[in-house]
Design a protein around this ligand. Structure first.
Ligand SMILES: NC(=O)C1=CN([C@@H]2O[C@H](COP(=O)(O)OP(=O)(O)OC[C@H]3O[C@@H](n4cnc5c(N)ncnc54)[C@H](OP(=O)(O)O)[C@@H]3O)[C@@H](O)[C@H]2O)C=CC1
Ligand SMILES: CC(=O)N[C@@H](CCC(=O)OP(=O)(O)O)C(=O)O
Length: 349
């Protein structure tokens, strides 16, 4: 197979950006031809990330849509909220395909974006044009698309864990409670008070309770799956580990179900989707079991005593939660096998 697509990465000195460089280095049909930085153009990427020494030695480029078009066919935006909304119009005008890893294009309502992100939204036509690339739920809609909005890390673990049971009406969506935990790399590379070592080591804390920007994203998809507006309770916690998200979800079963029935429902729903692995009854997934990989592993327990279902879903936030799903989305948009460049098992232990 020969290389046929040239890729540029914006925000390449962030964690999402370097993870894209790592994954695309092993992709059989994509070559990274431009690694772009708003802060360090003219420097080798290996200066800030020596682990990339052998992968890329070119100097970082500046952010310029015209220059990107000369070098690339697709642009990955691994930039903070508020950047894609400004860059996307010029990139699309240049005829570039765009995969945005930030939250800028995920919500169809600009008003909701402004409320939860506290920034001006992208123009409505771009919110309309962007396809929400939750691959295992909307993969068919991604094919051939020019503008893809890559889902958030928490919504990926959470929605993959809830979708089959909500879509089939096996749980009451009004009763869902989501208890989520993330490793510290989820906050990006920029150091701040709440993520430095002394604050996170041997510590475990809740944050952004009822205020997290992923709440409307989760509710948007839950509402689509349920066919009516759904609001939910979502609490995030910071765990003293580098990678990984675990979302533990609770909801009332609409009728009694055995675990085996749930396992079969989920396996049917995700049939043919390589990156969702449903565990056997009594097996609980752990973050280390998906570390460095594009898998989402899901386990269940149905409690006959309380009538509630517990779902545990894990991902690597930087792979399935960001760069891996972005590559999977590009594969789907190009009509390629969705596993290209992602077909490896997790690193363990
Ligand atoms: N970390 C994670 O697990 C996940 C992150 N995301 C999202 O992906 C995006 C990237 O996250 P992450 O890599 O962790 O964040 P980082 O903070 O590690 O990196 C973001 C990078 O964006 C670049 N940047 C900053 N400001 C600007 C600007 N004004 N214009 C252009 N580029 C800018 C910087 O790189 P440079 O100086 O080189 O330009 C910076 O290193 C964010 O939107 C994040 O919310 C989504 C899912 C999971
Ligand atoms: C641990 C940690 O701080 N995680 C970040 C994840 C942010 C993220 O990925 O942001 P978007 O998906 O909105 O772009 C947070 O909870 O805000």
């Amino acid at each position: 197979m020969h290389t046929e697509l040239r890729a540029a990465i914006v925000g390449s000195t962030g964690y999402g950006g370097v993870e894209l460089i790592r994954l695309l280095a092993a992709h059989p049909r994509v070559a990274v031809t431009s690694v772009i930085s708003s802060s360090s153009s003219g420097e080798p990427i290996a200066k800030g990330y020596p682990h990339l020494t052998e992968i890329r030695t070119d100097l970082l480029d500046g952010v310029d849509p015209g220059e990107m078009r000369a070098k690339a066919d697709v642009v990955f935006l691994a930039t903070p909220a508020g950047v894609a909304s400004k860059l996307v119009p010029a990139l699309l005008d240049e005829g570039l395909k765009v995969v945005d890893l930030s939250g800028d294009l995920r919500l169809k309502s600009g008003e909701l974006y402004e409320t939860w992100y506290g920034k001006p939204p992208a123009e409505a036509r771009y919110l309309e044009q962007a396809v929400y690339g939750m691959c295992e739920l909307y993969g068919e809609q991604v094919r051939g698309r020019e503008l893809i909005s890559n889902p958030g890390c928490y919504p990926t673990a959470t929605l993959l864990g809830l979708a089959p049971a909500v879509a089939e009406g096996w749980i009451d969506p009004d009763t869902i409670i989501i208890d989520a935990k993330s490793g510290v790399s989820g906050a990006g590379r920029g150091a701040n008070l709440s993520t430095h070592y002394a604050e996170t080591n041997e510590n475990f804390k809740a944050y952004k309770v009822n205020k997290h920007q992923h709440i409307p994203e989760i509710e948007q998809t839950l509402s689509q799956l349920a066919g009516r507006p759904i609001v939910t309770t979502f609490t995030t916690h910071l765990v003293p580990m580098t990678r990984g998200i675990m979302s533990t979800m609770y909801a009332r079963l609409t009728e009694p179900r055995a675990e085996q029935e749930l396992i079969e429902l989920y396996r049917r729903y995700y049939e043919g989707r390589r990156f969702v692995r449903i565990r056997e009854a009594g097996q609980w997934p752990a973050t280390k079991e998906v570390w460095g990989s594009n898998y989402c592993d899901i386990g269940f327990a149905a409690d006959a005593r309380t009538g509630r279902l517990t779902i545990v879903s894990v991902i690597d936030n930087l792979v399935k939660g960001a760069a891996g799903q972005a590559v999977q989305n590009l594969n789907l948009a190009m009509g390629w096998d969705e596993t290209l460049g992602l077909d490896f098992v997790p690193a363990y232990p």
